[in-house]
Ligand binder design. Structure first.
Ligand code: ARG
Length: 572
């Protein structure tokens, strides 16, 4: 049952000038249990109802019709407070979680509509670094959250596989590269070649002209240029796929920037038609002075296309192909202006769906401690970071639980989970400093802590079945929910209940950290319960009630972990 809805339905007829939705937003969960389980602060209603808040609260109290879920209502200091019947609440929550299982927390808000999520989108021939990790894990989590809420998520990897850098790479390869080294060393070698071209061009600027000429050839479909380019793309993708497999991330489309090049002429036609283009020293641009933004360069003197232009073409293609309800772009905040500019262009082109384009920016990541920077400079490669995480987790497990089976697999799930979680544990717009100590702290606000709490719940359920025969079966039938009325058990139930709401908030705010933080709260409240309330007691009814609660915690933790991209091993 949704208790905010229950309350809003009851109160709406007695409150004027406010919609049911607005009412729902005003309802709070008081932190102090003496103020009830739900509360409506009446201060904001005071003006339109021309009454003092306390008078409104009193009126609502008088008008209240009894309900089976509600023990009592009260009017205190301008708040209308509702006290639920613990027994009803416990039975309701447990029944819902057990019956919905891995769908607990989901809703059908999307009714099958498409949401395009453009995320990860690394650049070809450049290593996958921890900045791209953020886009990858935030985007992948949003993908899962939208799907859980009834949307059809479409994950697009807008690979940076086009641009003048490919002209440079071709020239560098032709002068200094060889196929065996590129095959053997992959992106490392491609990057070395690229850097070499830059270094050499300082004394020999003609190389830059050669590179530009090769990019133009590539844009015109020159066979050799295309072949080399395709090969660079394939080599890079092989390495990216390793990361995606490790992170459990998937895409529905790998249509990168190159995919849209052929569509650019028709976009330009349309821009011309709308009178948006302007010549400037041979280049063509769109002025955005009226919107306080610098101009957007559409194509350069040599006719080659640009990042902006390809993004505009891609958005139009995606609207035609997916008819999206929303198209979100997950990149670092440094690209905010880029997105504001071309979103504006889409609007000026007269597309009424311009407001369905959303940029989801995030802050920078840095690493704690100089030791972590690599010999190649300050960009740490994700591959190294993940393998270190797995290695360090293996050491912790070895020390904690040397006889554990599947150590390798668990170290992978927990090590990778630790990195993902630390990336998602704060508001995305904040800059983060990655710290090994925090990420791998089994007692702190970390992925391993939540995973470990989940494994603890699994272990209780296994023990209850009397050994290694698997988990005990738990059912809501015949449950004496009154036995879960103590503060520790109720605290856990309230957290479990909040899950659905938190998932929905995470979607509205495009903020997976709402779920990560929620999971820490749930894990903490469960651990308090676990330490205060023995579960495997002799009293059969109490034991059954507490086991049902443990099962609900296990399900909720697992569902939440899945939404942020973490696995939930049963033993750690
Ligand atoms: N390749 C870009 C980068 O690495 C990100 C692309 C984001 N998506 C987009 N449609 N512009 O910074």
């Amino acid at each position: 049952m949704n208790y905010k809805t229950l309350l809003a339905d009851h109160l709406a007829p007695h409150i004027e000038g406010i919609s049911r939705e607005q009412l729902m937003e005003l309802i709070e969960y008081p932190p102090n249990p003496q103020m009830g389980d739900l509360s409506l602060p009446c201060f904001k209603l005071s003006k339109q109802m021309r009454k003092a808040p306390q008078a409104i609260a009193e009126e609502l109290k008088t008008a209240w019709q009894p309900h089976e879920a509600v023990a009592k209502v009260d009017a205190v200091s301008g708040y209308f407070n509702v006290f639920l019947k613990p027994e009803f609440f416990a039975k309701d929550v447990i029944g819902e979680v057990l019956s919905r299982g891995d769908r607990y927390g989901s809703q059908d808000l999307g009714r099958g509509r498409n949401v395009v999520i453009d995320f990860s989108s690394p650049n070809i021939a450049k290593s996958f670094h921890i900045g791209h990790l953020r886009s990858t894990v935030i985007g992948s989590s949003l993908y899962k959250i939208f799907r859980f809420l009834g949307f059809n998520s479409v994950g697009v990897n807008h690979l940076g596989d086009w641009g003048t850098q490919f002209g440079k790479l071709i020239v560098a390869y032709k002068y200094w590269g060889n196929a065996e080294t590129v095959e053997a060393e992959g992106i490392d070698e491609l990057q070395r070649l690229y850097v070499k071209l830059h270094d050499e061009a300082e004394t020999n600027p003609a190389l830059e002209d050669e590179a530009r000429a090769w990019f133009v050839k590539l844009e015109q479909g020159d066979e050799e240029a295309r072949r080399l380019w395709k090969w660079f793309v394939d080599i890079s993708l092989k390495e990216f796929h390793k990361m995606y497999d490790l992170l459990g991330v998937r895409f529905d489309s790998y249509a990168g920037e190159s995919f849209y090049v052929d569509m650019v002429p028709s976009v330009i036609g349309k821009l011309e038609e709308k009178g948006l283009l302007e010549e400037d020293e041979g280049a063509t641009l769109i002025r955005l002075d009226d919107y306080n933004m610098p101009p957007v360069l559409v194509f350069k003197k040599d006719g080659s296309t640009l990042y902006h232009t390809r993004d505009i073409a891609a958005a139009i293609y995606r609207k035609d192909t997916y008819d999206f309800a929303k198209c979100v772009y997950v990149t670092d905040a440094g690209q905010s202006l880029h997105f504001q500019q071309w979103f504006k262009v889409i609007e000026l082109m007269g597309y009424d769906w311009a407001d369905k384009l959303v940029h989801v920016p995030f802050g920078k990541v840095s690493l704690e401690g100089a030791k972590l920077s690599t010999r190649k400079g300050n960009v740490i490669r994700l591959e190294e970071l993940l393998s270190q995480a797995i290695e360090k987790t293996r050491e912790i497990i070895e020390a904690k639980n040397p006889n554990m089976e599947n150590k390798e697999e668990v170290a992978r799930k927990v090590g990778v989970g630790a990195v993902i979680f630390s990336d998602l544990s704060n508001n995305r717009i904040k800059d983060i400093v990655f710290s090994w100590e925090d990420a791998l702290n089994f007692e702190g606000e970390s992925g391993p802590y939540v995973q470990y709490t989940h494994a603890r719940a699994c272990s209780v359920l296994r023990k209850a079945s009397g050994g290694d025969a698997g988990e005990i079966a738990v059912s809501a039938d015949g449950l004496d929910a009154g036995l879960l009325g103590n503060p520790e058990a109720l605290g856990v139930l309230k957290e479990i209940y909040l899950f659905t709401e938190r998932v929905e908030q995470a979607m509205h705010k495009l903020e997976p950290s709402i779920i990560s933080r929620y999971l820490v709260d749930l894990a903490q409240s469960f651990n308090r319960f676990y330490h205060e309330c023995p579960i495997l007691v002799d009293d059969a009814a109490l034991r059954a009630a507490r086991l049902a609660l443990v099962k609900c915690v296990q399900i909720t933790l697992r569902n939440g972990l899945a939404l942020i991209g973490l696995e939930a091993p049963e033993k750690i």
